[in-house]
Design a protein around this ligand. Structure first.
Ligand code: PLP
Length: 361
């Protein structure tokens, strides 16, 4: 069987180094807010080209903390793509803000910048973009709108570690960006983990305090904070893997290129990249009518697939108030999308086999 993502194989490449770093932590007996976090956050900030990075407990918390740090809450609106993983939207409503859903562009699957301006009201505080499936959003129009209406811009970069837009990496394309290091992401740890990046020192300090019980020094609480920190063990694992992220993304691009050049089946719509460096192919999502039938065919032929995502946020029970909304492009994507195997540890044979089986469908 060709796995969608062979995580064991992904992490076993670094087994020796990871064992060594974890043993060191055990020997030292220091598990939180220590040298491993210090080192990794410096390295990750510099990788993204941002001034600051802070490890937090997970990607959802990274998003929540950003909105909280800017002081947005009840009565404030934040513009967000309707076509995203629900975490982006949960972070907005968790802070008491109103998520304002915008349809995606059917070619990029990312928020359609041309549909944003009509959604801006006097209550709008920020635009939250999502670099979905690993493709950096084309930010220029969004930056222009933010300037015109005095809005903040945030990135959900949980799927796009290393993607580049106009020579800058995600995490350095907005006021503040959220990353997830969930095991299956392009840079993943061995459990939950996340980070915020920003160039704003004041916001960095505020998020640092907010993530640690609102404390700027021990037993001194200046905000009503959370407990959301990255463990030393996870920071060490990430520090081992970060130097290999670019190579992994290069391999993902190679596989994506092969798929795009060799999958020739009129029933299958292939994803597009507006620029090679803009996409890090977190997933390779194709679209097809009768998606469930196609998925069954691939399963029967030993190819594992995942659907990102079967139900859009506005059709989830958690957002019952939106269930009647019609967002046809988002719904069309959710009905037809399916992700085929994509990971840096796939062999050329695996990739060829996937192509052959899809072409025979
Ligand atoms: C994975 C993901 C998140 C959430 O990250 P966690 O670390 O699982 O909390 C948020 N947004 C997007 C787009 C994601 O893919």
């Amino acid at each position: 069987m060709i796995k969608f993502l062979d995580l064991e194989k992904v992490n076993n490449r670094f087994r020796g180094e990871i064992d060594f770093r974890i043993k060191n932590i055990l020997d030292k007996g220091w598990y939180l807010q220590g040298e491993e976090n210090e080192k990794f956050s410096k390295d990750f900030a510099s990788y993204c080209g941002a001034k600051f990075a802070l490890g937090v407990a997970n990607g959802l918390d990274a998003l929540r903390l950003i909105i909280k740090a800017y002081g947005f809450g009840a009565g404030d609106e934040i513009i967000v793509p309707a076509n995203t993983y629900i975490a982006t939207i949960l972070a907005i409503s968790d802070n008491g803000c109103t998520p304002v859903l915008v349809e995606p562009n059917i070619n990029t699957y990312n928020i359609n910048p041309d549909l944003i301006e009509e959604k801006i009201t006097p209550k709008t505080k920020a635009i939250m973009v999502v670099h979905l499936y690993g493709q950096a959003v084309q930010m220029q129009k969004i930056w222009d709108l933010a300037k015109k209406y005095n809005l903040k811009v945030f990135e959900d970069s949980a799927q796009a570690h290393g993607a580049i837009y106009q020579g800058r990496r995600t995490g350095n394309l907005s006021d503040a960006a959220a990353f997830s290091f969930y095991p299956g992401k392009n840079l993943g740890c061995m459990g939950d983990g996340g980070a915020v990046t920003t160039n704003d020192e004041e916001i960095y300090n505020k998020i640092k305090a907010l993530s640690n019980y609102g404390s700027d020094r021990k037993y001194h609480h200046i905000y009503k904070g959370l407990n959301s920190r990255l463990d030393e063990i996870q920071a060490a694992v990430l520090d081992v893997k970060l130097p290999h992220l670019d190579d992994d993304n290069i391999r993902r691009r190679e596989i994506a290129k092969y798929y795009r050049e060799n999958i020739i089946n009129p029933k299958i719509i292939l994803p597009k990249a507006y620029d090679e460096l803009a996409h890090v192919w977190h997933v390779f999502a194709v679209r097809t009518k009768e998606r469930d039938k196609f998925q069954e065919y691939l399963t029967d032929n030993g190819i594992q697939t995942i659907i990102h995502y079967p139900t859009p946020p506005h059709k989830q029970l958690a957002y019952a108030e939106w269930n009647g909304l019609s967002l046809p492009i988002t719904e069309e994507i959710h009905k037809t999308i399916i992700s085929i195997p994509m990971s840096p540890v796939m062999t050329d044979d695996d990739v060829q086999k996937v192509v052959e089986i899809i072409n025979a469908y």
